[in-house]
Design a protein around this ligand. Sequence first.
Ligand code: BDR
Ligand code: CA
Length: 315
Amino acid sequence: MIKEPIPVILDGDPGHDDAIAWVVANASKDLRILAITAVNGNCSAAKAAYNSQRIATLIGYNGPVSKGQDKPLYVEPLKAPTNVHGESGLDGPALPEPQKELETLTAVELMAEILQESKQKVVIVATGPLTNVAALLLTHPEVKEKISHISLMGGGIKYGNWTPAAEFNILVDPEAADVVYKSGIHIYMAGLDVTEKALVLQQDVEEIKKIGNPVSEIVWKWLDFFYRFHKSLGYPGAPMHDLCAVMVLIHPEIFTIKDMYVEVETTGDYSKGTTVGDYYHITGKEANCSCLMDVDRKKFIDYMIDYIRSYSEVQ
Ligand code: BDR
Ligand code: CA
């Protein structure tokens, strides 16, 4: 039986790991990208949209790209230090300039239109703050039934990275995350529990460097940039946070996944932006999330490299 590719909307704030997630999503025959939408996060929404266009050119994606929300639903944007992803939001190698204009529709309008017209249910892959997705659900609640689930990078059941308790994407817009987690749409949650195990090591960068196609030439330099930053913080490698949210759609068997009820702390002196997971099912509430807790790192990296290598055939 022929397996139909899963239709996906990629929403993010590229960002090195967003970019690599999209390189893989575009290479996978199991996914069909309906749109790319950019959101404020690692950088402004305008920079994220421009980066999205340049990534689209690099990977040969010709579908719609749209700019989304400039700031979180209610709070002011949180400025990420530029040493994570650089001043442009995607520093490192020179990228090809956009070959296609941005859509005139905003990200929310575009997502709504696509979902309304879609005959199949669509997966939203969200790898930045959840502002666009929450704004979509608030303004177009009727499209919920067209979303099969949301696969997101955000939060962490056990710890944070921006505060001891909160992860960056959720902390930037906790109210948006709250809307998404309470939406009734099932979530695949790639939190820090798994993403900090999905590490690219120096030898992996070297292997990608050897591939020598136009996409791998950019990817190894992105990884080099991201790796150096994380090494300076004491990480053993570069965490492929956002790629986990894509990889779980195409290779779920390499992850350890635990279902639980998760809610978002929107206030609190110490805990704002925390994803509070009911790990031991204490509340008795039905699970709204499938939480990725662990991954076979070797298989994850091997798959990533295979997808990058596959660009040799299409260039
Ligand atoms: C998240 O923050 C960003 O820097 C990454 O792209 C990822 O989405 C990790 O906390
Ligand atoms: Ca991101």
